[in-house]
Design a protein around this ligand. Structure first.
Ligand SMILES: NC(=O)c1ccc[n+]([C@@H]2O[C@H](COP(=O)([O-])OP(=O)(O)OC[C@H]3O[C@@H](n4cnc5c(N)ncnc54)[C@H](O)[C@@H]3O)[C@@H](O)[C@H]2O)c1
Length: 255
């Protein structure tokens, strides 16, 4: 028996990396999945590849910073699959490296808009539909950088730290509605977000080696390893977990 049969999920930022792996895994576990992404070509391609594997999926272009786009995305999930049970607030940006002494307000706002406002809007717009379905599971993708700091990434750390506590506040508020809300904290995962950030640095190769060594398991994580954690939180196997931080980081924050 597939553990998510009969469930409907919406995954943001599903065109690439962790979101694509999560959508694939949720579909493999039997959920119907609405993939959304600001990059329509990437999202469409991922949806087609998940559908080719037998998944019940659809794609909707969607900017998570746009309230009206959230209304349309949630309506599309319900129109396509009948209800909404699972929300994966995954879309995010690294926003590049910014030293605080030279940090523009514009860059700060852009990073907070996608990584934090996007999660708030997801809760705000998907929450009523998940409640109407009798409850469900929300998985917010934070980061190890929502638990520990990193120089040059102040806005990213601030956004991910805020997602950690936003998740706990939502978990408390929504426990009576039977909606569980948890955060996932990946270590460095081999996705375009990381490789593009490293590619902008002259010392990108050395940095990659140093970052891998900062994980006691000695490597970056795979998107699939985060997709598996997300599917666990989406399923009834985690039925007594809410307001929890699921760290999947190869030991990075154990040190
Ligand atoms: N890769 C890592 O090492 C790592 C570690 C910890 C947390 N995370 C978090 O995991 C999530 C996914 O990251 P990833 O590594 O898969 O990145 P990625 O760049 O591979 O994928 C992110 C996806 O989000 C989409 N996106 C960007 N802005 C958007 C917007 N405004 N609206 C909708 N979609 C938008 C992009 O088009 C892209 O398809 C992010 O929240 C990221 O912060 C990543």
């Amino acid at each position: 028996m597939e553990r998510l049969t009969g469930k409907v999920a919406l995954v943001t930022g599903a065109g690439s990396g962790i979101g694509a792996a999560a959508a694939r895994r949720l579909a493999q576990d039997g959920a119907a999945v609405l993939l959304t992404d600001i990059d329509a070509a990437a999202g469409d391609e991922t949806a087609q590849s998940v559908a080719a594997g037998g998944g019940r999926v659809a794609f909707c272009a969607h900017d998570v910073t746009d309230s009206a786009a959230w209304v349309a995305a949630v309506a599309r999930a319900v129109a396509e699959f009948g209800r909404l049970n699972i929300l994966v607030n995954n879309a995010g940006i690294s926003g590049g490296r910014h030293e605080l002494l030279d940090h523009s307000l514009e860059a700060w706002r852009q990073i907070l808009a996608v990584n934090l406002d996007g999660v708030f809007l997801g809760l705000r717009h998907a929450g009523p539909q998940i409640a109407a379905a009798g409850g469900g599971s929300v998985i917010n993708i934070s980061s190890i950088l929502g638990k520990v700091g990193l120089g040059g990434a102040a806005a990213y750390c601030a956004s991910k730290g805020a997602v950690t506590l936003l998740s706990k506040a939502a978990a408390l508020e929504w426990a009576p509605l039977n909606i569980r809300v948890n955060s996932v904290h990946p270590g460095f995962i081999d996705t375009p977000l990381v490789s593009n950030a490293l590619a902008t640095r002259e010392d990108g190769n050395e940095m990659r080696v140093a970052l891998m060594a900062a994980h006691p398991l000695g490597r970056f994580g795979l998107p699939r390893e985060i997709g598996d954690a997300i599917a666990f939180l989406a399923s009834d196997e985690s039925s007594f977990m809410t307001g929890a931080e699921l760290v999947v980081d190869g030991g990075y924050t154990a040190q």
